[in-house]
Structure formats: C-alpha cells, structure tokens
Design a protein around this ligand. Structure first.
Ligand code: SDX
Length: 436
C-alpha cells in the first residue's frame, strides 16, 4: 500500500435476514488490525452502534501507532522508549508535525522558530486577572486557549498551509508560558517571562519556579526528566481529547478553539485528569496497610471508585510509557536525594498487589502513563492541580499534528455520529395537528 492509503484486501458479506447480502470492503493499513469499511451501510438503511467507539476507527492517520496487546507505541514509526531516551521534546514535536526527525539544520531552524514565539501578547496577562485566584489551572487553560484566536487571528486561514504551520509553532511555543502563568497566578506570584537561552523544558521550569527577586538555576537532571515527561505525553493516536480536537476541527473551527476543546476533554479523571486523581488516591491510601481496602473498593461494582493510573482502553499489557516513567521516577528521586517518598512505597506495593490479583489480571489492568508521573511531578515541587496542565502542555503538539493531518486529508469531512433513538414516538401537543 502507499504510505497513507488503506489497502483493499478482501470483502466481508453482511447477511441480514430479509435484506440482500451487503458487501463491505475490508481494508488494511501499514500496521494494526484489518478494518471493515462500513461507509456504504448508511445508504442501505443501517447504522452501526458502538458507544465509546470501542471498535470504531474514525479516521486514518500516519502519526502514531499503538499495539495495545503488545504494549507498543510508535511516533511516526519510532518506539517511544527510544525517543524518550535518545531525542528531546522539540525533535519529537518536529517528528510528529513533519513525519521525520529533523537533521541538524532543520532542528536549529525549528528551535529558533519556537524560541521566537515563546512570548504571549501582553494583553493576555489581563485575561488571567479575570479568574479567581483559587480557580483550577485547567479552568484557566481552557479559557485562555480558546481566547488565543482573539489575539492571533492574522493566521487563521485553516486552508493555508503556512497559516497552519505558523499556528502550530505559536501553540507549541506559547503553551509552556501560559501553563506557568496559570501556576504563578494561582499562588499570587508575578509572571516570569520566557528565557530563550534555556532549553524548552528548562525554560518551563524556570517560568514555574523563578522569581524576579533572585536567580534561579534549573537542575539539568530535572529538566531532562521534564523533557522526557513531555515526550511520553506528546501523542497517543485517537484518545478522547485528540478525538475532541478532530471533531471540533471537522466543522472548520479555528485551531485555538479546537485546542481548547482538547484541553477540556483531557481534564476528565478518566483521561488526562487521572494523574492528578492518581496522586490524590495514593495520598488518600496513605500507607501500604490500607491498600487491600482500596483494592476491594475498586472491584466493588456498587462503588464508583476505580484505581486511578490503572487500566486503559487500548493497552491490555503494560503501558510502555509507564515503564519509562517508572525509571524516570527513580532517577528524579535519587537526584533529589528523596529516599523515602511517602507515596512511592504505596505506589510500588499497590502495583505489586494489583498485578498479582485475579480481578486485574483477567481484565488486563496495568499501570498506565498516569501512575508514576504524579510522583515525579510531586517530587519536583509541582502542585497536584498542575499535573493535567502539564499533560495538556505536552499533548498540544499531538493535538495540532492531528488537526493539521485532518485538514490535509482529502477524505476528511464534518464529524456527525448517528444514534439509536429510544425516546417517545410521535405524539401531538394538546390541540395540535401533526403535518407528518
Ligand atoms: C489516559 O485513550 C488514551 O490513549 C488515553 C491516554 C492518552 O495518552 O491519551 O493514554 C491517557 O487517559 C490514560 C488512562 C487514565 N485513566 C485512568 O487511569 C482512570 C482509571 N482507568 C479507568 O477509568 C479505565 O481503565 C479507562 C477509562 C482508562 C478505560 O476504560 P474502558 O476502556 O472503558 O474500560 P472499562 O471501563 O470497560 O473497564 C473494563 C473492566 C470493567 O470491569 P467489568 O465491567 O468488566 O467487570 O475493567 C474494570 C471496569 O470496571 N476497570 C477497572 C479500572 N479500569 C477498568 N477497575 C478498577 N480500577 C480501574 N482503574
């Protein structure tokens, strides 16, 4: 098959009693399962029903591949663990956006482009002041991201590749500045401007923790760990927030509004909010002797409690990101000379118990990307309420890469799922006469 056109490999026949057999093409991509193309079903008077899209591919994509059974995650064909240890986040941004890792010249140009856009329009700082100080930083990020289109409307022709590229650069460059501002605003500290002499991750940490009154030196080991966390969260194919960005973008909405939709969806505790929920859960468990009580609650169908940081729609093996995250966790704790992190013991013991428990084994519930990330961020001194903001920061490149791919794909059209209607049948308002 060509690089981006699914290949017709056979036909499936759908036999519905009372209806002629319906032939459906079976397609194959470059990797992954075969796909039954059901587009013709609508004309035959049938819809398919798949709440949560468990068995439904909404698009074709060249960006990220996941094999959930084997715990494989590839960004443009490269394994995540190799990128996390051999590349840096900006190289991964270039890869996700353009399909190839940059050579030296391409990287220098791309990095300069990003550095040239780290500042935000000064008037945006007033927007922050409209929020209560105790606002959740994700509430601020949803609002500010959507408002960006009010400031950068000079490049909003979504059909112009140059406008799309400029917007991608602006979003990747500005999202750390905005994220750090959301934190500074919440603690009543002055905003810290970007320092373009610093690396992307070091610049973010500097904006988070520096103050105007004294020098702040970023620990290079922590900056590297932050950069790796950004890489691990950069993209994950058609997850809920990326699908939200694509659905919003399918109507022609501007990219900033689409990113705001992604941030809103990511905030949920079943998705990107799980890192914040996971740390709060580990703190709530508190000591290893209370783990059995929470394991029992996680199994109890009458209790809505679930183990945050466990389970995944796609991974039915260990999330490859969790493996790298666990290694990074130990690196950071060693660098910061944290011997007995209060909740690391709980996390380690919870993982051990869950992985040996029948309930979790038969449901293929393993730690996911959110299980260890909270411990690292907590050790670095980042407040729990900022965890999902950091996820959103890192995922912005994935969102804008998928948004761009959708704009470039000829098959893209407005997303409009159907439904099974189970409401009231036709009835008349008293005295009314139907024209149906
Ligand atoms: C992310 O999609 C992505 O790629 C997302 C993400 C990304 O990078 O974009 O990877 C990031 O969102 C990771 C997931 C973070 N969420 C959490 O850690 C929250 C806790 N996990 C669960 O809420 C759940 O596992 C989901 C939401 C992640 C997946 O839900 P599914 O696929 O709808 O699975 P399910 O609810 O059908 O669960 C299957 C079974 C059920 O039991 P039975 O009805 O079969 O008896 O497993 C059980 C569930 O009750 N189950 C759990 C559980 N997760 C699933 N039981 C206890 N604890 C859990 N965490």
């Amino acid at each position: 098959m060509q690089d981006d056109t699914p290949e017709l490999v056979k036909y499936a026949t759908l036999n519905i009693p009372g209806h002629d057999p319906i032939e459906l093409p079976v397609l194959r991509g470059t990797m992954g399962p075969e796909v039954i193309d059901i587009r013709a079903l609508g004309k035959q008077g049938y819809f398919t029903y798949d709440p949560g899209f468990v068995s439904t591919a909404a698009c074709s994509s060249r960006i990220t591949f996941i094999d959930g059974a084997k715990g494989i995650l590839l960004y443009r064909g490269y394994p995540i663990d190799q990128l996390a240890t051999k590349a840096n986040y900006l190289k991964v941004c270039y890869l996700l956006l353009k399909g190839e890792l940059p050579d030296k010249e391409q990287y220098t140009h791309f990095e300069n482009e990003i550095k040239h856009h780290t500042l935000i329009h000064e008037q945006i700082t007033s927007l922050f002041k409209a929020f209560r100080r105790d606002s959740h930083p994700m509430a601020i990020m949803c609002g500010i991201a959507g408002a960006l289109s009010a400031f950068y409307h000079d490049n909003l022709d979504i059909y112009d590749p140059e406008h799309r590229e400029k917007t991608a650069i602006r979003l990747i460059a500005k999202i750390p500045t905005l994220a750090a501002m959301a934190y500074k605003y919440s603690i009543g500290h002055p905003f810290i401007y970007p320092q373009n002499k610093l690396s992307y991750a070091a610049n973010f940490l500097h904006m988070m923790f520096a103050t105007p009154s004294e020098d702040y030196e970023v620990n290079p080991v922590i900056a590297r760990a932050m950069d790796r966390i950004f890489i691990l969260h950069a993209d994950h194919e058609q997850n809920a927030s990326t699908s939200s960005v694509r659905l919003a973008g399918s109507s022609g909405a501007n990219p900033y509004a689409c990113i705001a939709a992604g941030i809103a969806s990511l905030w949920g505790p079943a998705h990107g909010g799980a890192n914040e929920a996971c740390l709060r859960m580990l703190e709530q468990i508190g000591t290893t002797d209370r783990i059995p009580e929470f394991i029992a609650r996680a199994k109890d169908k009458n209790d809505p409690f679930r183990l945050s940081g466990f389970g995944h729609r796609v991974y039915k093996a260990y999330d490859p990101r969790a493996v790298v995250m666990r290694e990074t966790c130990h690196e950071v704790l060693n660098e910061l000379h944290i011997e007995n992190h209060p909740i690391l013991d709980v996390a380690t013991e919870l993982e051990r118990i869950a992985l040996s428990d029948e309930y979790f084994i038969e449901r293929h519930l393993y730690p996911n990307v959110d299980f260890y990330s909270g411990i690292i961020l907590n050790a670095i001194g980042i407040p729990t309420s900022m965890f999902t903001v950091i996820f959103a920061l890192a995922r912005t490149v994935g969102w804008i890469a998928h948004w761009t791919e959708m704009q470039e794909m000829p098959e893209s059209r407005i997303g409009r799922p159907r439904q099974i209607y189970v409401g009231k049948t036709l009835r008349q308002v008293k005295g009314g006469r139907s024209r149906l």
